[in-house]
Design a protein around this ligand. Structure first.
Ligand SMILES: *[C@@H]1O[C@H](CO)[C@@H](O)[C@H](O)[C@H]1NC(C)=O
Ligand SMILES: *[C@@H]1O[C@H](CO)[C@@H](O)[C@H](O)[C@H]1NC(C)=O
Ligand SMILES: *[C@@H]1O[C@H](CO)[C@@H](O)[C@H](O)[C@H]1NC(C)=O
Ligand SMILES: *[C@@H]1O[C@H](CO)[C@@H](O)[C@H](O)[C@H]1NC(C)=O
Ligand SMILES: *[C@@H]1O[C@H](CO)[C@@H](O)[C@H](O)[C@H]1NC(C)=O
Ligand SMILES: *[C@@H]1O[C@H](CO)[C@@H](O)[C@H](O)[C@H]1NC(C)=O
Ligand SMILES: *[C@@H]1O[C@H](CO)[C@@H](O)[C@H](O)[C@H]1NC(C)=O
Ligand SMILES: *[C@@H]1O[C@H](CO)[C@@H](O)[C@H](O)[C@H]1NC(C)=O
Length: 431
């Protein structure tokens, strides 16, 4: 009997102490961070007392037995204000839910290796840390929809969060290429991927549709191009609306469309090309593309700030007559296959960062390549590619006769557009 009472007392003592540890005596740096947070909220919840009190007893704060803050749940409480930088010191945080408030300013860097859930959506945050997600490798769910962030590329750092199951970032100003292949390669547990209402561009790797983990995907209202990816019948997919796919259903695109989209891929699918290069007819007014009898004959993308390389696929535009990529930041080599295009008459790649040698163009092709690597030569005028010794000056436009310098179809694009090539040539040569 006495023994039983003793056991009971021990149990009582233990449970009492455990309970104290679980709700009280927060670690001092965590206490300071919660106090800072209390102060930086415009109207903190009633139980949150700025002057002190046990942070572990604040509504929405969860602590570990050792007194570390492991979770903060302030979802949907109409909170305004900002987050203090000391939030970074909550290194034991496993869950941070701030969704559905009016919090603004910057989200401070999070240094929480055990963080599994981060919900920021529906706030007014205007910046995320530069190293966002690099220190949160255990993340399983990230939502950041509807934040008024400045345009930013897809956050590649997310690929180090290999346990991620949910990534929801609709309407979050994500701009540029959607790296579908890297999603497939790295996020092997992803179930929910919601990225509608962004400015994502490019062709989606078909492998995305075959991801076994995927159950829910939303990509509508972006600038995605090429074939519509095919998802299995069990996947809730919202992808076609508001994009620039070539067809409304899975299936291959027209050959010229495919070739041009590969060319755009070489440039990293820049937004202004992706906004224009939509649908399944490259001759329907695509930026920089001019056709003759449904055949792409001119590709003119002068001064588009393009970077990347010239895709080999450009040689699949078999009807090409003029190629003008002058004044960009293109690197790599000019594909040799271009020299085989039967109707090519003009190539202008001046003022890029191209390297290698000029392909051996026919004598009838007017080639301008000044302002690139010296190995391309300052070769001007018509004829076969310079078999250069690499000693020619680079951007030495002074070496180019004045009348030739303006002799680009670009200056005569109206004449060319009207396909009055002779008039164009005469204009150029006489100017
Ligand atoms: C996108 O978010 C902004 C606030 O950042 C909001 O005003 C707008 O209505 C949202 N658009 C959509 C389509 O949800
Ligand atoms: C997409 O880009 C355009 C042009 O830069 C911009 O006006 C628009 O707000 C962007 N939309 C989103 C959802 O980021
Ligand atoms: C993600 O996958 C790509 C291959 O698509 C790979 O090159 C990259 O290293 C991976 N990144 C991480 C962080 O695992
Ligand atoms: C396309 O966008 C780039 C920057 O993203 C800009 O430098 C370039 O001028 C734009 N080109 C056109 C034709 O709008
Ligand atoms: C050109 O592109 C680079 C990045 O590719 C960008 O940093 C720069 O601001 C762009 N310039 C213009 C004028 O848009
Ligand atoms: C050119 O087109 C052919 C057939 O349409 C295709 O097999 C080939 O891969 C394309 N070449 C390039 C470099 O895209
Ligand atoms: C080359 O141009 C001629 C005359 O315009 C045209 O008939 C022919 O189809 C073109 N060749 C190719 C490969 O497009
Ligand atoms: C040709 O280019 C030079 C320098 O770029 C310029 O000064 C001249 O006015 C141009 N001539 C014509 C006819 O456009």
């Amino acid at each position: 009997m006495g023994r039983e009472i003793e056991h009971f007392q021990v149990a009582l003592l233990l449970s009492c102490c455990l309970a104290t540890a679980a709700t009280g005596i927060v670690s001092s740096s965590d206490a300071a961070a919660i106090a800072d947070l209390t102060r930086s909220l415009a109207r903190p919840p009633a139980t949150w007392t700025a002057g002190g009190g046990d942070a572990c007893s604040f509504k929405g704060v969860t602590c570990s037995p050792s007194g570390r803050v492991t979770a903060i749940d302030l979802a949907g409480q109409g909170l305004a204000g900002t987050l203090p930088s000391s939030l970074s010191s909550l290194t034991a945080l496993e869950s941070l839910q701030l969704q559905g408030n009016a919090l603004s300013g910057a989200v401070p860097p999070l240094r929480a290796p055990s963080l599994t859930r981060l919900s920021l959506e529906g706030n007014a945050f205007t910046s995320l840390p530069g190293d966002f997600l690099r220190a949160t490798p255990a993340l399983r769910s990230l939502s950041m929809d509807g934040l008024p962030l400045p345009p930013r590329p897809f956050p590649d750092a997310i690929f180090s969060c290999s346990a991620l199951r949910t990534f929801s970032a609709s309407n979050a100003s994500i701009t540029g290429r959607f790296p579908a292949a890297a999603v497939v390669a790295n996020l092997t547990s992803i179930r929910t991927l919601r990225l509608s209402h962004n400015n994502l561009t490019g062709v989606i790797s078909a492998s995305l549709g075959r991801m076994a983990s995927l159950a829910d995907i939303a990509l509508s209202y972006n600038h995605l191009q090429g074939p519509v990816p095919a998802f299995g019948p069990t996947v809730a997919a919202e992808v076609v609306a508001g994009n620039g796919f070539c067809l409304d259903e899975p299936g291959p695109c027209d050959a010229q469309v495919s070739a041009l989209l590969q060319v755009a891929e070489g440039f990293g699918y820049p937004l202004n090309l992706s906004m224009s290069w939509t649908g399944n007819d490259a001759c329907s007014g695509w930026l920089g593309v001019i056709c003759d009898a449904s055949e792409v004959t001119i590709l003119g993308l002068t001064n588009y700030n393009l970077s990347g390389t010239i895709s080999l696929a450009i040689a699949n535009l078999t009807g090409l007559r003029k190629l003008d990529l002058a004044g960009n930041r293109l690197t790599g080599e000019i594909p040799d296959a271009l020299a085989a295009l039967p109707n090519l008459s003009l190539v202008d790649v001046r003022n890029n960062r191209l390297t290698g040698k000029l392909p051996k163009f026919r004598a009838s092709v007017d080639v301008s390549a000044e302002g690139n690597s010296p190995s391309l030569g300052s070769h001007h005028g018509s004829g076969q590619g310079s078999l250069d010794d690499g000693s020619s000056p680079s951007s030495d436009s002074a070496a180019v006769p004045h009348r030739r310098r303006n002799c680009s179809w670009h200056y005569c694009s109206w004449a060319c557009f009207l396909d009055v090539e002779l008039a164009c040539k005469i204009y150029c040569l006489s100017s």
